[in-house]
Design a binder for this molecule. Structure first.
Ligand code: SF4
Length: 243
């Protein structure tokens, strides 16, 4: 696929480390060009724009439905003030240090000053300091940042990994985050495996309450935001399933 080169759109400008030309990296963090025959779809543009005002937006559909083109069209036509970072991911990126390195490259290309990934020993390649610095950089960035992950992965396992990530990164200093992230990960795993305790609605209700408790009573931004993507993602899966 032909990729866009630096132009007037913020996400396609070469900045920071992405200035060192690496064709693979550049292809992964560049918004795809629209073909000349692309048809304007303002209603879909508006749906995507509305969605990006929330913490997580899912554009889902079968192969060939035009998901990537819809997002690229929205990005090209968008006059919203958000900084747009794009990352095309595939199965080979399914390792924390690889994935987060690409995320950092995409964000830097979008002009966001994010910390480097520090590769520590053991299975956790991205440590708590990195996550806290990344969260701070994103929270402080003006305009707000939209990160597009263009992928073909089912959402459920991603949410389970997000939940596991926050569980692992909680430093344990305060109870709402220490216990809440563990319970959240257990709950999400049950839902993803379709083995809820009681009903799915009861599990979702419990997840909402957990998230509220973590938001209200956690000491730092990690605990206060640990439930946002999970709750939002599960709401989207419910909408897709029509339940
Ligand atoms: S909210 Fe912050 S301080 Fe509290 S346990 Fe979580 S990471 Fe630690």
């Amino acid at each position: 696929m032909r990729m866009s080169r630096p132009d007037t759109h913020g996400s396609t400008r070469s900045r920071g480390r992405a200035d060192t030309y690496d064709p693979v990296l550049t292809a992964k963090v560049t918004v795809p060009d629209l073909p000349g025959w692309a048809v304007a779809r303002p209603r879909i543009d508006k749906l995507i724009a509305d969605g990006t005002r929330g913490p997580l937006t899912l554009v889902a559909g079968p192969p060939g439905a035009g998901k990537t083109m819809a997002i690229a069209a929205w990005a090209a036509a968008s006059c919203n003030p958000a900084a747009l970072a794009w990352l095309t991911v595939d199965g080979r990126d399914n390792r924390p240090r690889v994935f987060w390195s690409y995320v950092v490259a995409a964000l830097r290309r979008a002009g966001v000053a994010v910390p480097r990934v520090r590769f520590g020993p053991g299975r956790v390649a991205v440590d708590h300091a990195f996550l806290a610095n990344l969260a701070s950089a994103l929270a402080a960035h003006d305009p707000p940042v939209v990160l597009v992950l263009d992928d073909t992965t089912p959402l459920g396992p991603i949410l389970a990994r997000i939940a596991a990530f926050f569980r692992d990164e909680s430093c344990g200093q305060c109870v709402p985050c220490r216990v809440g992230t563990v319970r959240q990960e257990e709950l999400v795993s049950r839902l993803v495996r379709r083995r809820p305790l009681g009903s799915v609605d009861a599990e979702r209700h419990l997840l909402d309450e957990l998230g509220q408790a973590m938001r209200d009573a956690s000491i730092c931004g990690l605990g206060q935001t640990a439930s946002s993507a999970v709750v939002s993602g599960l709401a989207l899966t419910r909408a897709l399933e029509g339940s």
